[in-house]
Write a protein that binds this ligand. Structure first.
Ligand code: PEP
Ligand code: MG
Length: 328
């Protein structure tokens, strides 16, 4: 594969045949460095809200959270900012809230944990909503959703917090509409209930890191099985195809916020499947735009049709590498 050179900031996110791709940013800690400002992206697709919690020595207060979220929402005030609610558990531990489990990745993680502790969830949601009063560019995303009940309960708490804030701030619900609410598709069960989730939420976003881990039953951080963690496994490709099909059928927005979207081969595979909204780390954005400018959608669709018949990840990956080599 040819080296990715000649990267230009502010290059348009558009394929050679003129298909515009929505490129968004994943962030979490340092949310406003200058390097971000040199990039051209259409919003924050994933703010990992747990990262600042992990650096603290105690749960940040509601006011501390308001300040942090306000900073982010104001910095990107003309763009949508998708904040994920606290996704601790698994590999993400808080020193002041230790969790000991035999199978942490199958245990008390993400929305499961915060629904068991509504006081933690409510403080965070209240802080997000308060921070959003002036800018109104917040979107709220729920991690590790595996059932309809989790979404219903989360929405009940979000609406409760929203009504409280409207009352406290003397704003009507019309003046301060409830932000869009979405769920991550990263637990395999969620794929099969998109028909039931879609009417409850405004958008879906695929976490390919966890989705791959759970589909393949391979710990994403265990070096012993690292070679089995294969984002090009045919099962992952089929799952991605199914999610898009189900989302289109339900007329709901779907994007990708896992690492696959920023990976050159993953990007081509996702475009060939039909995905058009991708969120990634800052350092991948220019590389991705450079690549977009070289490829066409019909060619990628043709590659994807071949890849979908593949029996192993190497074949699938190689299909796109061959395509890039042909492009020179
Ligand atoms: C993912 O699982 O793909 C994802 C985006 O979330 P995280 O990597 O933070 O678990
Ligand atoms: Mg995840």
């Amino acid at each position: 594969m040819k080296a990715l050179v000649e990267l230009e900031a502010n290059q348009a996110a558009i394929t050679k045949d003129g298909c515009e791709i929505e490129v968004l940013l994943n962030t979490g800690l340092n949310t406003t460095p200058d390097v971000f400002k040199e990039q051209n992206f259409s919003g924050i697709g994933l703010y990992r809200s747990e990262l600042p919690f992990m650096l603290n020595s105690a749960f940040p207060t509601e006011q501390e959270q308001v300040s942090a979220y306000q900073h982010l929402l104001e910095e990107y005030k003309d763009l949508p900012v998708t904040m994920r609610t606290l996704d601790i558990g698994g590999d993400k531990q808080l020193s002041y809230f230790p969790i000991t489990e035999e199978n942490p990745f199958l245990g008390w993680r993400g929305i499961r944990l915060t629904l068991d502790h509504p006081e933690i969830f409510l403080v965070q949601i209240r802080a997000m909503l308060r921070a959003n009063i002036n800018t109104q560019n917040l979107r709220i995303m729920l991690p590790m959703v595996g059932s309809v009940g989790e979404v219903e309960e989360s929405k009940r708490l979000i609406v409760q917090a929203w009504q409280e804030i409207c009352w406290e701030q003397h704003v009507t619900e019309d003046q301060f509409p409830l932000p869009d609410i979405g769920v991550m598709i990263e637990v395999p069960s969620a794929i099969f209930i998109i028909d039931q989730l879609a009417p409850l939420v405004d958008f879906l976003s695929i976490g390919t890191n966890d989705l791959t881990q759970y589909l393949l039953a391979v710990d994403r951080n265990n070096s012993r099985v690292a070679d089995l963690f294969d984002s090009y496994h045919p099962a992952v490709l089929q799952a991605m195809r199914l999610i898009l099909e189900q989302s289109k059928k339900n007329n709901i927005e779907v994007s990708i916020c896992g690492e696959l979207a920023g990976d050159p081969i993953g990007l081509l595979m996702l475009l060939g499947l039909g995905y058009r909204k991708l969120s990634m780390n800052a350092f991948n954005i220019n590389k991705v735009k450079y690549l977009l400018n070289k490829v066409t959608i019909p060619e990628l669709e043709a590659c994807t049709q071949i890849a979908l018949k593949g029996h192993d990840g190497n074949f699938i990956k190689q299909t796109f590498i061959n395509y890039l080599d042909e492009k020179g």
